[in-house]
Design a binder for this molecule. Structure first.
Ligand code: NAD
Ligand code: TYD
Length: 360
């Protein structure tokens, strides 16, 4: 039985990945989820699997060497899937240091602990050990509106403290592969959406605000482009890279689904109008009048777009969920999880939201 150490498994993508893995492998794997439970980590995301005998949660900070080392010495870890990070660009602009700490230092601690546990005396590694570092397409910087894609060979040119800290963590993983022959892969993925996404990111924020009759804030002219991927397609890609990817390689993962932010917002409004029954009082409030153009994000990257050619050619992965289907599934999930939304939008998140958008 293979043991996976998942970092940041209580967050958005990590919790979807854990669900995907148990669905696919059932009792054949064991998962240890280490998460510090920051504002973005929510154990409610894993309620349905918390009692499984092949699942363990460890509350720890990935920067805490002792705690991470303990996990490696007490367990024979075969796979590390490293999601834990500070992940929101706007927060990184307000508070860069926490991003550098978790994303760079935390990755270094994790690499060191895995290396110490897996390296043999002759410098080679125990058999079948693998570390997968989950990263973002934002490390490549920004594309022109009228063309071009990010490839694995595109030079790094991060702009925000978030993307710079992720670029730093990628470079560390690369250096461990080059220097120590450390058995790793890096994946750089485009924007994800789906269940359990914290409503500070565009899609869940717009769904939540529209349902509450609140303004829908659009940064700048609303024409910035992102390449959206349904989160379960990302989970599947990570598993496939782990199983079929060539060691030491980077794989870009993307949705072939470029959309301007304003298009996304219009699609969400239209889909909500289609899905809400006439008897629902929220239906009348979900209108385009809620769209409000606000001050642009500082250093706002114009366009991201991935060409996922390498992962398709080498591994056979392709995005499966069309945006229209994915957004319906996501909205349906939010309809069915009103309590989840109430819980995450209380307390700290509310305070952050008021500061960010300067409103009550
Ligand atoms: P998220 O913010 O929803 O979750 C991050 C998780 O990491 C949370 O559970 C949090 O508690 C945990 N965490 C934060 N700091 C920690 C620390 N010091 N020690 C231990 N745990 C800590 O993020 P997400 O959107 O699920 O992203 C997961 C990963 O995927 C990140 O590395 C991110 O850079 C990458 N990524 C995200 C996207 C996206 O669209 N969301 C796209 C590409 C790549
Ligand atoms: P976000 O979900 O924060 O992801 P990222 O910045 O990592 O791509 O933002 C997606 C896009 O939506 C980005 O261009 C910024 C924009 N945006 C808004 O226009 N309004 C908002 O309230 C938010 C959160 C984002």
């Amino acid at each position: 039985m293979r043991t996976y150490l998942v970092t940041g498994g209580a967050g958005f993508i990590g919790s979807n990945y854990i669900h995907y893995m148990f669905e696919k492998y059932g009792e054949q794997i064991r998962i240890i989820n280490v998460d510090a439970l920051t504002y973005a980590g929510n154990l409610e995301n894993l309620k349905d699997i918390e009692d499984r005998s092949n699942y363990t949660f460890v509350k720890a900070d990935i920067c805490d060497k002792e705690a991470i080392n303990r996990i490696f010495t007490e367990n024979e870890i075969d796979r590390v899937v490293h999601f834990a990070a500070e992940s929101h660009v706007d927060r990184s602009i307000r508070e860069p240091e926490v991003f550098i700490r978790t994303n760079v230092l935390g990755t270094a601690v994790l690499l060191n602990c895995a290396k110490a546990a897996w390296e043999k005396e002759d410098g080679s590694y125990k058999e079948d050990k693998r570390f997968l570092h989950v990263s973002t397409d934002e490390v490549y910087g920004s594309l022109d509106e009228d063309g071009g894609y990010f490839y694995e060979t595109t030079p790094y040119a991060p702009h925000s403290p978030y993307s710079a800290s992720k670029a730093g963590s990628d470079m560390l993983v690369k250096s461990y592969m080059d220097t120590y022959h450390f058995p790793a892969n890096i994946t750089n993925c485009s924007n994800n959406y789906g269940p359990f996404q914290f409503p500070e990111k565009l899609i869940p924020l717009i769904i939540n605000n529209a349902l509450s009759g609140k303004k829908l804030p659009v940064y700048g002219d609303g024409r910035n482009v992102r390449d959206w991927l349904y989160v379960m397609d990302h989970a599947k890609a990570i598993d496939m890279v782990m199983e079929k990817g060539r060691l030491f390689e980077t794989y870009n993962i993307g949705g072939h689904n470029e959309k301007q932010n304003i298009e996304i917002i219009h699609m969400i409004i239209e889909t909500l109008q289609e899905m809400l029954p006439d008897s629902d009082p929220r239906k009348a409030k979900v209108t385009k009048e809620l769209i409000t153009f606000v001050e642009d994000r500082k250093g706002h990257d114009r366009r991201y777009a991935i060409a996922p050619d390498k992962i398709k050619a080498e591994i056979g992965w392709e995005p499966e969920t069309m945006f229209k289907e994915g957004i319906r599934k996501t909205i349906q999930w939010f309809f069915e999880h009103e309590e989840w939304m109430k819980h995450v939008t209380s307390g700290d998140y509310q305070k952050y939201y008021r500061e960010m958008y300067r409103e009550d």
